[in-house]
Design a protein around this ligand. Structure first.
Ligand code: ATP
Ligand code: MG
Length: 570
């Protein structure tokens, strides 16, 4: 892939001008306070692909500066998910906490330079005195402490002499700065909490802004790529680095638009809420936008990477349609998934002229897109399951499937004609009695007569029972939370439906996570823990093509309206 975008163009220019000695070194910096989701995948793909394209490397660095929310399990899960997505970090995983000593030393350096001070105000006061865009900031009464006093107090903070929240270390920048992040931001806070790596070694922890840039600098990162909400942190990123003696050339921060998807929430807080209130089975529920969820759902990692490559980078936030992601999933699975037959809403077909007790092994193509995938035998008998909706007693116009007196093709089987039905007391069809034409084996009639429909089937005697999860959108609104609504107000109570399906017998041999195409129904992933459970990954219809067509038509109509009444161009 050699795409071009503002970040890649900048990196090319940096290499040409020998900035950073021509090196390219990126990093992906997750906080271990949750699982990775499809949004993180954008950042991962960007950072790792850029390193790859420019002969550089990409670090995985855990931003573990907030011990309250972080957990070692997330550290492991993030590494697993990264590997699943197909990326290998440069060397061992790194941690901001690896640099706590160095960060502490740098904090003392800033104090020595008169650029940081210990403030005794509490968090609320600090926040109130920061002011706003139209209100001036108010200097802390402790802002003019001497270097000696600040050093002594900061050492006392570190030694555990003060209570949590009693003091903070702040940068001394400018309480009237137009950028709020520059109004004497907090650099260190006192917090007695066990840290996943350093245990109880520290009672003070650096803030994100006092750890991130320095961690980049320590690791020799050249291009620090982050999402747009960090745009107004950049002056602070630079201020901190400009005031320290760095081991490498100063890294440079560039922002790009985060990934947003329709019908999808990516906020960790809301995802956690869904898990905690039981709206989903867990972080790895197949409806979740987490990488674990998408994996259970059957999304090929390559499809996720291709989608992210395709949408490219922007400098303004926007939202991509989830149907576009699904079309990448479908295209990828179309090439690889074995075709199988399964009936999700079964009704019995009895073939009245079938030789009693006979099983015919029909040959069926495994994947028309892949000649190497070969064929399989599917047992055909006189009792079959077909989909209830493939039969109609009272067919609407343009219904070409099975109905009394009509002949259809059973895929890879025979032509059958419905003759009669058996119904239950409520009038529901329970058996369809059909005849078959033995001359039509393989689905062709020697006399050349045509049928308008081909339907799928499973031999009743050989069928396997399985549960299948069918999914609708987890959030019904395309843009949940739009206009200030509650995001979870659009939670779809019917996002998952479980049906008992009948499967052709070869589906006993599947691997956890394998995705197959159930003919005419869609792609289905074998559950990772239970091989008799399938998840519908995506349907077969290309919803994205439909959306594009609609958008094109709307644009055309708009243009026609615009051009109406104008003199034709001659
Ligand atoms: P929070 O800050 O709410 O805990 P986060 O999603 O920002 O959540 P981090 O672990 O800090 O989580 O994110 C790691 C990296 O992934 C960051 O560089 C962040 O910018 C990037 N990232 C997170 N969400 C997205 C997204 N939707 N699109 C692109 N990049 C993202
Ligand atoms: Mg974050």
């Amino acid at each position: 892939m050699s795409s071009s975008d503002f970040i890649r163009d900048k990196i090319k220019a940096d290499i040409e001008s020998s900035k950073f000695g021509g090196r390219v070194h990126t990093r992906f910096p997750p906080e271990p306070n949750g699982y990775l989701h499809i949004g993180h995948a954008k950042s991962i793909c960007l950072n790792f692909s850029i390193a790859d394209e420019f002969g550089g490397s990409c670090n995985l660095r855990f931003d573990d500066t907030n011990p309250d929310a972080e957990d070692a399990d997330f550290v492991d899960a993030i590494q697993e998910d990264l590997a699943w997505l197909g990326f290998e970090p440069n060397g061992e995983a790194k941690y901001a906490s690896d640099y706590f000593e160095q960060l502490y030393t740098w904090a003392e350096d800033l104090i020595q330079k008169g650029l940081a001070y210990v403030d005794d105000q509490d968090a609320e006061t600090i926040s109130a005195n920061r002011g706003g865009f139209t209100t001036p900031g108010v200097d802390s009464p402790w802002r003019e402490r001497s270097v000696e006093e600040n050093l002594e107090l900061f050492r006392g903070m570190c030694a555990g002499e003060f209570d949590d929240g009693a003091k903070v270390l702040r940068a001394k920048i400018d309480m009237q700065h137009p950028n709020m992040h520059m109004r004497d931001p907090v650099l260190y806070r006192i917090k007695r909490a066990a840290h996943i790596r350093t245990g109880n070694d520290w009672v003070i922890y650096p803030t994100y802004d006092f750890a991130h840039g320095q961690s980049d600098a320590i690791e020799g990162i050249t291009h620090s790529l982050c999402t747009l909400e960090f745009d107004d942190h950049r002056p602070l990123y630079n201020w901190v680095l400009n005031n320290l003696d760095l081991p490498h050339e100063k890294p440079e921060q560039t922002e790009f638009a985060r990934l947003n998807l329709t019908h999808t929430v990516m906020s960790k807080r809301i995802l956690r809420q869904l898990v905690e209130d039981g709206s989903v089975d867990g972080w790895d529920d197949a409806r979740m936008p987490t990488l674990r969820g998408l994996r259970r759902r059957g999304y090929p990692p390559a499809a996720i990477r291709e989608f992210i490559d395709h949408i490219g980078l922007a400098r303004v936030d926007g939202t991509n349609e989830i149907e576009l992601l699904e079309s990448f999933v479908r295209t990828s699975l179309n090439k690889t998934a074995l075709r199988r037959m399964a009936v999700l809403d079964p009704v019995k077909v009895i073939i009245t002229n079938w030789p009693e007790g006979k099983t015919d092994l029909r040959e069926a193509v495994n994947n028309p897109e892949d000649a190497d995938a070969g064929t399989r035998s599917v047992p055909f008998t006189g009792e079959l399951w077909i989909e209830r909706e493939d039969f109609s007693l009272d067919p609407p116009p343009k219904y070409y499937r099975l109905t009394i007196g009509r002949e259809v093709r059973l895929r890879s089987g025979y032509f059958i004609t419905a003759q009669d039905v058996v119904t239950d007391d409520d009038g529901k069809v329970v058996e369809i009695h059909c005849t078959y034409d033995p001359e039509t084996a393989g689905g062709q009639a020697p006399d050349g007569r045509k049928v308008k429909a081909t339907i799928h089937w499973v031999s009743a005697e050989h069928a396997l029972d399985a549960n299948v999860h069918l999914y609708e959108r987890l959030l019904t609104e395309a843009l949940p939370g739009k206009d200030g609504q509650e995001i979870l107000a659009s939670l779809n109570p019917e996002s998952r439906k479980t049906v008992s399906a009948k499967l052709e017998p070869i589906l006993a041999d599947v691997e956890p996570g394998q995705v197959v195409q159930f003919e005419r129904l869609g792609y289905f992933a074998v559950d990772l823990d239970d091989t008799s459970l399938f998840h519908r990954t995506v349907g077969l219809r290309d919803e994205w093509a439909r959306i594009q067509k609609r958008q094109n038509n709307q644009n055309k109509q708009k243009n026609q309206k615009k051009n109406k009444g104008r003199a034709p161009i001659s």
